[in-house]
Design a protein around this ligand. Structure first.
Ligand code: GAL
Length: 667
């Protein structure tokens, strides 16, 4: 991706409007500083009204019109919404749920990712678009499909079952290996023929966990294969045009680490509920994931809403200034583009009450004014383009472990990864400590601190990598129920957490998950007392030192939080979930031990501080989420790119205020 300016724009669905509106759209886009639109995402039925009969005239006109107004196009392959005729001709292309229910035409994403007819039609329309527009000057990016895995995460039809068996044959090569990996000796589930293997359709009790895990891997690979197939078609014709598809944040169904490595640029759709007082933490975490998925290269916020969405039970408006704040948060966390769903608010269809950049009421509106202001302000950020966000801290994130952890029949079925990630991310966010997300098999040596919340499944190489990281001087914070199973979802025997037992210097004898009404507390070595909940590990120290001990229950007095020196590094272990003040204490201990410094010290509550740098210059982003004016102590000097104001010693921000300060010593 190599754009000379911050990207600004949105999804553009002109096929919902008459031609006179198109002219007005182009003029208004110019007025708002729009420079990129995602065009034709759901236009398959209009582009191919009958099988093999194509109508590009309307799109030709739009491509020309947009280009004439200086607006580039992120052209979509419209394959997320197959035309009705395709369903009439090939009803077996419709997705089927685990219970055997067919999902019909009538909304969108009504296709099975394993249907051969669908694939033929999808690659054909992608090829037609590429051929038609390969030399069009407006074309600058390809937007493949839309939100793979949204609405329909998996399909259990017979075609999918056959594709699953093909995938399993490749992975295991023999039924003996599959029977071993799946532990089919349990409940007498052995398979004697490949044909006998079903997808995990509804069954009387808990399905085989390894079957479910492989199904998750297979399904994720299937969506990636859909993308790869179209990408290959597009690249064959337009090798120079970057290809993306829009992600959905921490979307469990697709291994985005794997998927992102197939994309030219990572892009994401983010719809935080800003009526939640901690929305910025959730949104920040998603931004950090996107930056990390693209190996810290700039990414694009492909969709957000200007104000309310339509799909929550209650769809709160974004208060004045909050859309701008969220947009700058994404840029501060590494985005080089801000886009919306959608340009013009629809007047019909399921999303007519979803906000747009240009609302039903028209130009005399708060939303339009905010859209215009932001679009006309963003060019001031040109110097920041392509700069990066540095981080000393990483949280380990592995989709396979997430899938395995979230399967049922565990010591506590309430244990889920996302709240655990958030429990560690939130105190770091509040301290203005920037966090990357890293896969446990990647080189971790760039980080001073690595956090592993509930890393339940680890491969041999991930285990070796993490041990190696600590041995060589890294600081690790690992929470309970980590290192429990291998990639087959088989227990790693040898005392939990077996692959890390020596590194953490302890062994867990039993897991003691709590009932809903139960709680416990811990007392720290510096005599602080914190409540804890949900789970206790019954820990025996081997080499580690206890930093806190449980106060109640049959294991009272046994360690709850520990630290072990291992090689040149330190491994902290947490055998429970401390409440938030306990988490604050814990994060303070590990940050001290790892010499982690926040972007800036002593920032008032409700302020987010981040830094981007390109090696020559650095920019401090200060964002005020609070309803108060704030003064932020600042030990540098610099000039605000947005207002031209000079700051030294202190930064002043109004409620929802933003400053982007080019630091003097970095010139
Ligand atoms: C996204 C989707 C858009 C639109 C939007 C509404 O998930 O990609 O097409 O539906 O949600 O919030």
């Amino acid at each position: 991706m190599n754009f000379p300016h911050m990207i600004y724009g949105g999804d553009y669905n002109p096929d919902q409007w008459t031609e006179d509106i198109w002219q007005e759209d182009a003029r208004l886009m110019q007025e708002a500083g729009v420079n990129l639109v995602s065009l034709g995402i759901f236009s398959w039925a209009k582009l191919e009204p009958q099988p093999g009969v194509f109508d590009f005239a309307w799109l030709d006109q739009l491509m020309d019109l947009l280009h004439a107004h200086g607006i580039s196009v992120n052209l979509a392959t419209p394959t997320a919404s197959p035309p009705a005729w395709m369903v009439r001709l090939h009803p077996e292309m419709l997705p089927v749920t685990a219970e055997g229910v067919t999902l019909w035409h009538g909304s969108r994403r009504h296709y099975c990712p394993h249907n051969p007819d669908y694939h033929q039609y999808a690659t054909r329309i992608a090829a037609k678009l590429a051929e038609r527009y390969k030399e069009h000057p407006a074309l600058v990016m390809w937007h493949v499909d839309n939100e793979y895995g949204c609405h329909v995460g998996e399909c259990f039809c017979d075609n999918s079952a056959a594709a699953f068996r093909g995938w399993l044959k490749q992975r295991y090569t023999s039924l003996d290996k599959l029977n071993f990996a799946w532990g089919t000796a349990f409940w007498g589930q052995q398979y004697g023929e490949w044909e006998e293997i079903p997808p995990p359709r509804s069954s009387p009790s808990f399905p085989n966990p390894t079957q479910q895990l492989d199904w998750a891997r297979f399904t994720s690979d299937s969506w990636l294969a859909c993308f790869d197939e179209q990408k290959a078609v597009l690249k064959a014709v337009t090798p120079q045009i970057p290809v993306t598809t829009n992600f959905m944040g921490f979307h469990k169904g697709i291994d985005y680490v794997k998927f992102a490595s197939h994309e030219d640029v990572v892009s994401n759709d983010n719809y935080p509920d800003t009526s939640d007082s901690e929305w910025m933490i959730q949104a920040g975490m998603t931004c950090d994931l996107m930056r990390s998925l693209g190996n810290r290269r700039p990414w694009i916020l492909m969709e957000q809403s200007t104000t309310h969405v339509n799909w929550r039970q209650r769809n709160a408006t974004k208060l004045p200034g909050v859309m701008r704040l969220g947009s700058y948060q994404a840029i501060a966390r590494g985005a080089d583009g801000i886009m919306f769903f959608q340009w013009r608010q629809s007047k019909a269809g399921a999303e007519k009450f979803h906000s747009g950049m240009y609302p039903h009421i028209g130009a005399d509106s708060r939303v339009w004014r905010e859209v215009k202001e932001l679009g006309n302000e963003l060019p001031k950020l040109a110097p920041v383009l392509s700069s990066q966000v540095q981080s000393d801290t990483a949280i380990l994130m592995d989709w396979e472990s997430w899938w395995a952890l979230d399967l049922d029949s565990k010591p506590s079925n309430d244990l889920r990864l996302m709240p655990q990630l958030m429990a560690y991310y939130a105190p770091l966010f509040k301290r203005n400590i920037t966090v990357d997300f890293a896969h446990p098999e990647t080189d971790l040596s760039r980080y001073k601190l690595v956090i592993a919340p509930n890393l339940y499944l680890v491969t041999d190489s991930a285990a070796a990598n993490i041990n190696h990281y600590v041995e060589n001087g890294g600081t690790l914070l690992m929470s309970f129920f980590s290192g429990i199973v291998d990639e087959n979802e088989h227990i790693r025997l040898g005392g939990y957490p077996a692959p890390f037992r020596e590194m953490v210097g302890l062994v867990v004898e039993e897991f003691a998950p709590y009932s809903e009404t139960q709680s416990n507390s811990i007392c720290t070595v510096d005599d602080k007392q914190f409540k804890c909940g949900f789970w206790s590990d019954v820990i025996h120290l081997e080499n580690a030192k206890a930093l806190a001990a449980f106060e109640g229950d049959y294991y009272a007095g046994s360690p709850a939080i520990t630290c072990n020196q291992f090689g040149k590094g330190n491994a902290f272990y947490v055998g429970t979930i401390p409440e938030s003040d306990g988490m604050e204490w814990l994060i303070e201990q590990v940050c001290k031990s790892a010499s982690i410094q926040p972007v800036s010290m002593n920032a008032p509550a409700g302020v987010e501080l981040l830094q981007r740098t390109n090696g020559k210059s650095s920019w401090l982003f200060a964002l005020n989420y609070s309803a108060e004016k704030v003064t932020i102590p600042f030990d540098g000097r610099g000039r605000d790119l947005l207002t031209g104001a000079n700051f030294n010693e202190s930064i002043y921000l109004d409620p929802t205020g933003v400053a982007i300060i080019q630091l003097d010593d970095s010139n």
